[in-house]
Design a binder for this molecule. Structure first.
Ligand code: MN
Length: 315
């Protein structure tokens, strides 16, 4: 999906409570937004909490019925820079098409990971033939300086490793949990795990104390440290835990995100992740000018124009 970051989300972390040194449980309500005709709960970035590790964007969409309002998603060609997009579905099907020539359908349990680097463009839509419910999440990972100017890339992982914790299945999308490692390579610490359980479960997960962590509930609920969290609320957990004790309701799907605090400058505008306003203005100009930087996407959907950066004088 596209992630139109606006001034509402673009304000600096300084507006928030800062970054605690130790464990915490901080509940941050998600913001309602709409992307490609689908209502989303935007868990990141929020004024109170812009990032968890390098995770800098999270839109939870659905479940929506295909015939109702917002039942189909159609996001036309749009560019990205300096980030990786992670698409993960609970239900439904989405077709990804990008300027690298990739055309890839994704289904629940599979991972689409697109690396923008210096620039890429893509389109995403539910296929016309699909008649089921759409439910999932799109996340962005900010690329560090050592990789963000590299060439773009796209990877599809049809199968991912998992491990059982009691009756809960932990699927490792990104990074490593308890010795189970995702096939995706990262040049920095980062963690993304889906916890799925049919029955209520108490579990203890081994986690890295140098990482900060957060939970996004896609379905059901989770209790920790006396707080109960459901969909539409980000639980930020801070750093300094080497294990995480969770009490998960039956029928739940919970995403655990983590990583060392991202300390590089981060400026997000619309679908661009950068360091400076100059970089954003350059990317905006190049997308609007149709230069070769972002390539071409083979899609019938209309190309999405980039909004003028809000800090530029109006002409
Ligand atoms: Mn996108």
């Amino acid at each position: 999906m596209s992630g139109p970051i606006t001034a509402t989300d673009a304000e600096p972390d300084a507006a928030g409570p800062g970054r605690p040194e130790g464990p915490t449980v901080e509940l941050v309500p998600s913001r309602a937004a709409s992307v490609g005709g689908v209502d989303v709960r935007r868990a990141l970035p929020r004024r109170q909490r812009r990032t968890i590790g390098a995770w800098c964007f999270a839109d939870h969409f659905g479940p929506v019925a295909p015939d109702g309002p917002g039942g189909r998603m159609e996001v036309g060609p749009h560019p990205h820079t300096g980030l990786q997009t992670v698409t993960w579905l609970v239900e439904g099907e989405v077709v990804h098409t990008d300027s690298l020539g990739s055309e890839q359908s994704i289904r629940p349990g599979q991972l689409n990971l697109m690396t923008a680097g210096r620039g890429v463009a893509h389109a995403e839509q539910t296929p016309a033939s699909y008649r089921g419910v759409l439910h999932g999440i799109q996340l962005w990972i900010a690329q560090p300086d050592i990789t963000r100017d590299r060439a773009p890339d796209f990877a599809h992982h049809a199968e991912l490793p998992d491990a059982d914790y009691g009756s809960c299945r932990a699927t490792v999308l990104i990074g490593e949990l308890g010795g189970v490692r995702s096939p995706s390579h990262f040049e920095m610490g980062i963690l993304g795990v889906e916890l799925a359980t049919a029955a209520p479960t108490d579990l203890i997960l081994p986690v890295d104390a140098a990482f900060e962590h957060g939970l996004i509930v896609l379905a059901g609920g989770v209790a920790l440290a006396g707080e109960t969290v459901g969909p539409g609320v980000l639980a930020y957990l801070g750093r300094g835990r080497d294990e995480l004790a969770l009490d998960i309701s039956g029928g739940s799907r919970v995403l655990l995100l983590g990583g060392p605090p991202f300390t590089e400058d981060l400026l997000m505008w619309w679908n661009f992740v950068a360091r400076t306003r100059g970089e954003i203005e350059h990317a905006w100009n190049e997308w609007e000018g149709g230069t070769a930087r972002f390539g071409r996407v083979a899609s019938d959907l209309p190309r999405i124009p980039a909004p003028r950066p809000s800090w530029l004088p109006t002409t």
